[in-house]
Design a protein around this ligand. Structure first.
Ligand SMILES: NC(=O)c1ccc[n+]([C@@H]2O[C@H](COP(=O)([O-])OP(=O)(O)OC[C@H]3O[C@@H](n4cnc5c(N)ncnc54)[C@H](OP(=O)(O)O)[C@@H]3O)[C@@H](O)[C@H]2O)c1
Length: 278
C-alpha cells in the first residue's frame, strides 16, 4: 500500500527517528522516498548519517509533492508549524500527527478546509518493530487514507483504532509506558544484583521475563490474573513476593502514574515553552 508513496517527516527527533528507521526496514518505502526536517542546523548531519534520508530545515519545501506528511514535533510547536505549512499543503495529502495532546480538530482548524488528518500515538519500540500505536481519524479522512495510516504504523508494530476521547489515555498508557517498564526491569535487575547475580545476567533475566510474560498475555489471551495464579504455588515463594508488591502498593502506584500522565497529556499543547530555532 505504501510502495511508491513519498513521505515527509516534520521533526525527526526521538520518535521521528524510531518511525523512519522502522519504515525503512519494513514498509516498502526506500530512504529516497522519505525526507525529514529538524529545528536546528546542528541536528541535520546527525540525523542524515544515522538514517540515510535527506534532512533539512525547510518544512515548506519538505512537504511539497509528498503523499503523506507526518508531524512529529513537540505539541507546543504544532500551532506554529501548521501556520507555516497551511498554504503549501494540498487537500489530497494525508496529514498524520503524532503530537501528544493535539486533537484532529486542532489540526483541521489550522489548515485549509477539507484537510485529511489522522492522529496517531505510537511508542519508541517502533524502532525494533515492536511498537504499539493508537489511532483515530479526523472528519475528512477516507477509508483508503485510514488504511494507509494504519499500514504505516503496522510496519513498526501493532495498531488499534480508538475513539479520539481516549487518545490522552493511550498516550499515558502505551506511549509513556515503555518508560515505566524500563524502571520495572531496572528494579528487578537490581534485585538480582542484590542477591548476587552479575548485573548483565540479572538484566537478561528481568527483561526476558517481562518479554515472556507480555507474550503470554498477548498470545494466550488469558486474563493476567489467571496467568499470575499459574505461577503462584500454594505456600510457595511467589505468593510471598506478591504480598510485598501489595504492601508496596504497586498496583495503585501504576494506576496513579498512568492517570497522572493522562492529565498532563491533556494540557501539553497549551504549554508555552516552544524551542526556538538556532
Ligand atoms: N518520544 C516518544 O516516545 C513519543 C511517543 C509518542 C508520541 N510522541 C510525540 O512525538 C513528538 C516528538 O517527540 P520526541 O520525543 O521525538 O521529541 P524530540 O526528540 O524533541 O523531537 C522533536 C523534533 O522536532 C524538531 N523540531 C523542532 N522545531 C522544529 C521546526 N520548527 N521544524 C521542524 N522540526 C522541528 C526537533 O529538531 P532538533 O532536534 O533540531 O531540535 C526534533 O528533531 C511529540 O509531539 C510527542 O508528543 C513522542
Amino acid at each position: 500500500m505504501l510502495e511508491g508513496k513519498k513521505l515527509a517527516v516534520i521533526g525527526v527527533g526521538k520518535l521521528g527517528e524510531a518511525l523512519v528507521a522502522g519504515l525503512c526496514k519494513n514498509s516498502g518505502l526506500t530512504k529516497g522516498d522519505i525526507v525529514g526536517t529538524v529545528g536546528r542546523e546542528s541536528s541535520i548531519e546527525r540525523v542524515e548519517s544515522k538514517l540515510g534520508i535527506k534532512v533539512g530545515l525547510d518544512n515548506r519545501a519538505a512537504v511539497k509533492g509528498c503523499d503523506i506528511v507526518l508531524l512529529a514535533v513537540k505539541p507546543q510547536n504544532m500551532d506554529r508549524i501548521l501556520g507555516e505549512l497551511k498554504d503549501v499543503l494540498n487537500p489530497g495529502q494525508l496529514i498524520i500527527s503524532v503530537a501528544a495532546s493535539v486533537t484532529t480538530t486542532f489540526v483541521e482548524e489550522r489548515l485549509t478546509a477539507g484537510a485529511c488528518v489522522v492522529r496517531a500515538m505510537p511508542n519508541t519500540p517502533a524502532i525494533i518493530n515492536a511498537g504499539m500505536t493508537g489511532l483515530c481519524v479526523g472528519q475528512n479522512v477516507s477509508s483508503d487514507q485510514r488504511s494507509m495510516a494504519e499500514s504505516i504504523f503496522k510496519c513498526v508494530g501493532a495498531t488499534v483504532f480508538v475513539d479520539e476521547s481516549l487518545m490522552d489515555a493511550v498516550t499515558a498508557l502505551s506511549a509513556s509506558g515503555p518508560a515505566y517498564l524500563y524502571v520495572v526491569v531496572e528494579s528487578l535487575a537490581e534485585a538480582g544484583v542484590k542477591l548476587g547475580i552479575p548485573r548483565e545476567t540479572s538484566t537478561l533475566l528481568a527483561a526476558q521475563t517481562m518479554y515472556g510474560a507480555s507474550r503470554m498475555v498477548l498470545e494466550t489471551k488469558a486474563h493476567p490474573a489467571l496467568l499470575k495464579d499459574t505461577v503462584t504455588t500454594p505456600a510457595g515463594c511467589t505468593i510471598d513476593g506478591l504480598m510485598e508488591l501489595e504492601e508496596g502498593k504497586l498496583r495503585v502506584t501504576l494506576i496513579k502514574a498512568v492517570v497522572k500522565a493522562a492529565e498532563r497529556a491533556r494540557e501539553l499543547v497549551n504549554t508555552q515553552n516552544s524551542k526556538k530555532r538556532d
